[in-house]
Design a protein around this ligand. Structure first.
Ligand SMILES: C[S@@+](CC[C@H](N)C(=O)[O-])C[C@H]1O[C@@H](n2cnc3c(N)ncnc32)[C@H](O)[C@@H]1O
Length: 254
């Protein structure tokens, strides 16, 4: 059987957190509802703004945050991929997976846990090593990234997934354009490294211009769907495009 490695490139490895499954044998997201606990009330503290107070109160009472901690996932976002994968069966055993915007590593953990053979996570921020995956610290737009990834994966990717989010400004139309820009770049990137038949998953925000992207997606993939997994907060306009059956690029198109 192939030995899995845990690699972080470049930079120093830091202590890795709990491995999913260590904390709870049901580390596949299905126990989220069951893990609800009593409401925690956060006392007002000097030096904490109302927004910070509200954020803390929400975090401490969020069943997904609690389940992620209990099960050893690095982010509550891990449950979004778990739910998308349960619905669309994206991560097949032996798959080659690219995770764009991987920090702190929740989606990367899920891809490994669900049987992907090769997983490479890319982020501008450092990510603690994820056993079974390779982490690259850098911008996915770097010109050498497609070649580096294909080499690390040992071939073209079966899935390119992007949970990337740009820094938000608080101005909804600007933030929307930024995220769509990022998702479009991720799509362009995916077309250069996906194997025919492959899948592309990306976070977008509702707001209008995601429709342009839909046209491009429909030309490139046999099936294109939108989904809002239950773990995605209701008040957020975030949703995910799930495109499967990559048609492949005609020669000369790249
Ligand atoms: C919401 S977080 C991802 C959470 C992750 N899916 C998880 O489950 O742990 C979005 C990440 O996208 C990364 N990001 C944004 N732009 C990027 C870029 N151009 N290249 C690589 N990573 C990027 C950010 O640094 C951030 O860590």
């Amino acid at each position: 059987m192939k030995q899995r490695s845990s690699t972080r490139i470049p930079g120093k490895a830091r202590t890795s957190s709990l491995t999913p499954g260590d904390g709870d044998t049901s580390a596949d997201g299905r126990s989220v509802q069951a893990s609800r606990t009593k409401t925690v009330t956060v006392k007002k503290a000097r030096g904490r703004t109302t927004a910070q107070h509200r954020w803390l109160q929400r975090q401490l009472n969020d069943p997904y945050v609690q389940a992620a901690q209990k099960q050893g996932w690095r982010s509550r976002a891990a449950f979004k991929l778990i739910e998308l994968d349960d619905r669309f069966h994206l991560i097949r055993p032996g798959a080659r997976v690219v995770d764009l915007g991987a920090a702190p590593g929740g989606w990367t953990q899920v891809a490994v846990k669900r049987g992907a053979a090769e997983v490479v996570g890319v982020d501008l921020l450092p990510v603690d090593p994820v056993p079974g995956a390779t982490i690259i610290e850098g911008d996915f737009n770097d010109p050498d990234m497609p070649d580096r990834l294909t080499e690390l994966l040992g071939g073209r990717a079966d899935i390119v997934m992007s949970d990337m989010a740009p820094n938000t400004t608080g101005h909804a139309p600007t933030d929307h354009l930024r995220i769509i820009g990022l998702a479009e770049l991720a799509l362009d990137f995916a077309t250069h490294i996906l194997a025919p038949g492959g899948a592309f998953v990306a976070k977008v925000f509702q707001g209008g211009s995601e429709k342009q992207m839909l046209t491009a997606l429909k030309a490139l993939f046999t099936q294109v769907r939108h989904a809002k997994p239950p773990a995605s907060r209701k008040e957020s306009s975030e949703l995910y495009v799930v495109a499967t059956g990559f048609r492949g690029l005609d020669k000369g198109e790249d």
